[in-house]
Design a protein around this ligand. Sequence first.
Ligand SMILES: NC(=O)c1ccc[n+]([C@@H]2O[C@H](COP(=O)([O-])OP(=O)(O)OC[C@H]3O[C@@H](n4cnc5c(N)ncnc54)[C@H](OP(=O)(O)O)[C@@H]3O)[C@@H](O)[C@H]2O)c1
Length: 236
Amino acid sequence: MNRIILTGASRGIGYETVLALAADPRRRILALSRNFQRLGALQQEARRLHPDTQVFIAEVDLARPLPPSFADLVEQTLGGADVLIHNAGLLLNKPFLELERTEWEQLFQANLFGAAELSRRLFPFFQRNAQSHIVHIGSMGGIQGSGKFPGLSAYSASKAALACLAECLAEEWKDAGIAVNCLALGAVQTEMLEQAFPGYQAPVSSSDMGAFVADFALNGWRFFNGKILPASLSTP
Ligand SMILES: NC(=O)c1ccc[n+]([C@@H]2O[C@H](COP(=O)([O-])OP(=O)(O)OC[C@H]3O[C@@H](n4cnc5c(N)ncnc54)[C@H](OP(=O)(O)O)[C@@H]3O)[C@@H](O)[C@H]2O)c1
């Protein structure tokens, strides 16, 4: 479980997850986002904390088709892939009646279609391993029966779909040794939360959640497959 790909690494939970994973120099980590400058800062910080670290970075916009060369990039940097963490997410806080179709499309592109394409494109790598783990970072708002928040209909619906996709892929890929789980997060103090709910103070820091996500990605497959697990002290 030493070759790890993570989306949404430029800030928040993804950034902290990479720093937690980077503590072990045997791990090779490919950190993705649209912001190469911020990824460069992450790489520098990982090297400052752990001089032997192996963090690679690449600019990827999940709202667009992946370039054909993506598999080559994975082969060249990691030499394969054992763990994929779909952490990237886009949130829009807007009343349902004001949401344009293009905004629904943007959210689903970033939160669902990009993740689905990435998993499909990485399947040949996972198939080579005895065991792999794909982790979807969902939201409490995307769980059936949870308390919902006004303004988050498109975001929550996209996260519900991402959670369901984890259950579906776990079933389709169980014989290939690929475990797929979804962590449905509650509130975590990040820029996303601050922008969506200014002034709200979350009970969990991004570094604590990043450490938890890192540990779950490395070890959760031993205990869970096809599960949607709330990781929440509160909602959203
Ligand atoms: N914070 C919370 O309270 C909370 C609660 C429940 C669930 N979550 C989920 O946890 C995950 C991380 O959240 P966060 O709070 O750390 O969010 P954040 O600070 O807003 O970070 C989101 C990350 O997603 C990336 N991203 C967004 N759109 C992208 C696209 N089209 N292509 C590639 N990357 C894209 C961003 O990178 P670039 O902008 O650099 O591309 C950024 O690195 C998200 O999936 C979020 O939905 C968060």
